[in-house]
Write a protein of this length. Structure first.
Length: 568
């Protein structure tokens, strides 16, 4: 069925909540494991139905935010989803309290019960009011950023509007763009500091109400982390600082040597090549056509997947008036249909959408084909990003299609991609360590928080020189990172996933077919295993373990050095 033909009806919330209440009662009284499993099947039906309507409304709302009907439906779900979510958790609690709960582990997977435990341990009616206040603080941050009006180049620009200037080949222009951006944050300094102080206070209060010392511990539950905690993540970060940072530094030096910048500053880092970053060739439709060719040739599974995506019209890639910004992949459960949303802008980011978001979509399509319940279809975020970030590397033999067959542009894209993957790791770890520190020490003043950030800059990215950029040099650069405000502790996930993706990259250099088969096996497991379980089942090192990171990072850095020589 085509996306446009998928029927939408608003779900009846009172009825849904009532059914969950009744199911929770039946679960509490269940006399056998079979009864409990049957109830869980009912829950999946109910959950899929509700989620289908929710996603259809959300997607159609973002496709045209001016459409009054879906605007109202979207508002409806903002109200309705916490209510239904709570009713679902009450059902989970009843199931988990049942003496027959092991039947679920047998019928589905042992991890299902762990996931349900995690979900109930991270939420409670007691923190609803705090969560609403937290949402309001997030909205304040969003509003400040969305309302940015930056005077630049004779125009008034939004923050994303500054991006092309920040990548300008003219050094004076990119310097001025970074200064203009920093000036915007400086002019909102007090408000941005105040919002963050209140967020830390609010989230730590939620944690205490739920019985945790601080939000650090609660965040591991909220992020659905299974099988690892702060200790493992700290070991990961320290290995990145020790082994990846020096290699990333070499990449940065090579980049500045290529672009011919002497005395490089922070604002020089966005330019990868003296003759400009590579850009894809063709219209959005033509690029999508190339993606269809790529996935058709990659494997029989991706061939079926991309045919389904194209026939069901599940891509919306072009910017239009009224369309929301950004990009995402969301799945419509009743149709087993992932939807890829993007705003193409003519940069190599468009290629990333067709590899990264399509990687998410491929996994969702595979999980739907296997009839997995939503709890088991999706692993934690750190593993979801393996599907997408690895697809970015595994599709490399076809990337020339997006650059009109231009070999040099394709090689530049591959090099910048691998370099970015390496330099991203220290940055992502900084973002994570910063949050661990500030939530554990809530009494730090805004200036003290900035000093923490600067110390982390020296630990993870000692090559950065922030001269002439007061916003960055006073250590406030973290305020640009919306995750720090809006999605606390969701960032290390990209680093953990990147470590798996880099191992897929290295494996594909040695044996492309073998790497693909391992990827396919990982995708088919969906969310039925933990991060460590998925990574080791693919035959890779789990990066929490000492010694796991250095060899992979070294191999990628060597590959970059080689590619860099070829391009010189
Ligand atoms: Zn992603």
């Amino acid at each position: 069925m085509k996306f446009s033909e998928m029927p939408y009806t608003r779900p009846n919330v009172t009825q849904t909540v009532e059914r969950y209440r009744e199911m929770a009662q039946r679960a509490a009284a269940a006399a056998s494991g079979k009864e409990l499993v049957d109830l869980f099947r009912l829950h999946t039906q109910l959950d899929d139905g509700f989620a289908t309507a929710y996603r259809l409304a959300q997607i159609r709302h973002t496709l045209d935010t001016r459409d009054e009907f879906y605007d109202a439906e979207n508002d409806f779900f903002d109200q309705a989803s916490p209510e239904v979510g709570n009713a679902q958790l009450a059902f989970y609690r009843a199931v988990l309290a049942s003496p027959h709960k092991d039947a679920l582990a047998e019928a589905y997977a042992p991890i299902l019960l762990d996931k349900m435990e995690l979900a109930v341990s991270a939420a409670s009616d007691e923190v609803l009011e705090l969560m609403q206040q937290e949402n309001a603080l997030s909205s304040r941050y969003q509003k400040i950023k969305a309302g940015a009006q930056v005077a630049f180049d004779g125009q008034t620009l939004t923050l994303p509007g500054l991006d092309p200037y920040k990548q300008s080949l003219d050094r004076a222009v990119r310097k001025a763009a970074f200064e203009a951006e920093g000036g915007f944050y400086d002019s909102n300094r007090e408000e941005l500091d105040d919002i963050y102080s209140k967020m830390i206070e609010n989230r730590n209060a939620q944690a205490r109400k739920l019985g945790y010392d601080s939000y650090v511990d609660l965040s591991y539950k909220r992020m659905g982390r299974l099988g690892y905690g702060p200790k493992e993540v700290a070991s990961f970060r320290d290995q990145v600082a020790k082994y990846v940072t020096p290699l990333a530094h070499e990449c940065v030096k090579a980049q500045f040597a290529r672009t011919g910048v002497r005395d490089p500053k922070f604002y020089d880092a966005a330019v990868s090549f003296a003759d400009g970053n590579p850009t894809p060739v063709g219209t959005a439709d033509q690029l999508l056509g190339k993606a269809v060719q790529m996935y058709t040739e990659l494997s029989p599974e991706t061939a079926r997947f991309i045919r389904f995506m194209a026939e069901s019209e599940l891509f919306d890639l072009v910017s239009r008036p009224g369309k929301a910004t950004g990009g995402y992949c969301e799945t419509i459960p009743a149709y087993g249909a992932p939807f890829v949303f993007s705003n193409f802008n003519g940069t190599s980011g468009d290629v990333d959408v067709l590899t990264h978001e399509a990687g998410h979509a491929f996994q969702a399509w595979v999980a739907a084909g296997q009839g997995m319940c939503q709890e088991l279809a999706n692993p934690g975020m750190e593993s979801c990003e393996i599907h997408s970030m690895s697809m970015e590397f595994l599709t490399a033999p076809w990337h020339h299609l997006f650059f009109g067959g231009d070999e040099r542009a394709t090689a530049k894209y591959a090099l910048a991609h691998a370099e970015d993957a390496l330099t991203f790791l220290p940055y992502g770890c900084m973002v994570d360590e910063f949050q661990h520190i500030v939530y554990a020490q809530p009494h730090l003043t805004p200036d003290e928080r900035n000093r923490v950030w600067l110390e982390l800059e020296r630990k993870y990215r000692p090559w950065n020189d922030f001269e002439t950029l007061p916003f960055y040099s006073r250590g406030a650069g973290w305020q640009r990172q919306l995750h720090i405000y809006e999605a606390p502790f969701y960032y290390i996930d990209y680093c953990l996933a990147q470590m798996a993706a880099l191992q897929f990259f290295a494996a594909s250099l040695a044996d492309r077919d073998d790497a693909w088969q391992r990827y396919l096996a990982l995708v088919k497991k969906g969310g039925s295993d933990t991060y460590a379980g998925l990574v080791s089942a693919a035959g890779f090192a789990v990066p929490f373990e000492q010694g796991a990171i250095e060899p992979v990072a070294k191999q990628v850095a060597d590959w970059c050095a080689q590619k860099n020589r070829e391009l010189a």
